[in-house]
Design a protein around this ligand. Structure first.
Ligand code: BTN
Length: 251
């Protein structure tokens, strides 16, 4: 199965990391969008060098190589928002609970993480040549390694859920293809993309507790700037935070 964006979909029995494999494959056939998924991912990679757990034959481990057509690097956060919007829609279509996007790119059900996204952009000058978009979704796992106290899955949150690893992966590829197609339209609807992202952003306009280094503080998220920094009101002043500069407390 494929769609207009991902005309090549590769299914692999077992691999260390679909993202590493996607990078290897796109060197062989460059210029073509590609989706790679596996039944068993043995060394999944998460943000900032962390590892990522995928239940064998249960959960989604998918990496897509996407060529956005010489897209300016200053706008890379738009790609992040489009991917989040697509994955949000996929999760939401399977769960009748509150689903949200935790800045910059986690998907939560309630306050628990159901999906992690790792986007690695390969630049050509000042443009994105291609992106390797790695997505892990907890679909059917019900037990997680001890350190993942804040993890959940679609099957945990929806008792009536029935979906195989394969059918769910293909459904997610479909959602992604439909959203990423926007990059090939004459005009990218940046306003709508941002609106959709903000509509589902966890904690928007609510006062929450955060950690910066050792210091705890309260702030109200008001949006994201063009570079993807989080905008927050702290003690009545607008402050911008980059990725990994702060942590959400109690999440
Ligand atoms: C995160 O830490 O939140 C991001 C996790 C990304 C995991 C996915 S699973 C498919 C792809 N292959 C990898 O090795 N990592 C990504």
């Amino acid at each position: 199965m494929s769609n207009a964006v991902f005309t090549r979909v590769l299914e692999i029995n077992e691999v260390a990391s679909t993202s590493a494999e996607a990078k290897r494959l796109c060197k062989e056939v460059s210029g073509q969008n590609l989706a790679v998924w596996t039944r068993k991912q043995t060394q999944g990679r998460g943000q900032v060098g962390a590892s990522w757990f995928t239940g064998d034959e249960k959960d989604i481990a998918l990496s897509c190589v996407f060529y956005p057509g010489s897209f300016p690097v200053q706008k890379q956060f738009l790609l992040n928002m489009v991917v989040c919007n697509a994955v949000f829609n996929y999760v939401k279509s399977n769960v009748n609970k509150e689903v949200s996007i935790k800045w910059p790119n986690d998907i939560l059900i309630g306050q628990k993480k159901v999906c992690g996204i790792l986007i690695e952009n390969v630049l050509r000058g000042a443009a994105i040549d291609h992106s390797v978009i790695g997505i892990g979704v907890n679909v059917n796992s019900k037990i997680f390694p001890g350190e993942l106290a804040h993890a959940t899955s679609i099957a945990i949150e929806n008792f009536a859920f029935i979906g195989s690893q394969r059918s769910e992966t293909l459904d997610l590829i479909d959602h992604l293809g439909k959203h990423l197609e926007e990059f090939y339209q004459p005009i990218l609807n940046e306003v709508l993309i941002r609106e959709n992202y903000l509509k589902h952003l966890f904690g928007l306009n609510k006062e929450l507790s955060f950690l910066r280094g050792e210091q705890e503080f309260k702030g109200t998220i008001t949006g994201v700037d063009d570079s993807g920094k989080l905008k927050m009101l702290v003690n009545g002043e607008e402050v911008l935070f980059g990725f990994k500069e702060i942590q959400f407390l109690y999440l």
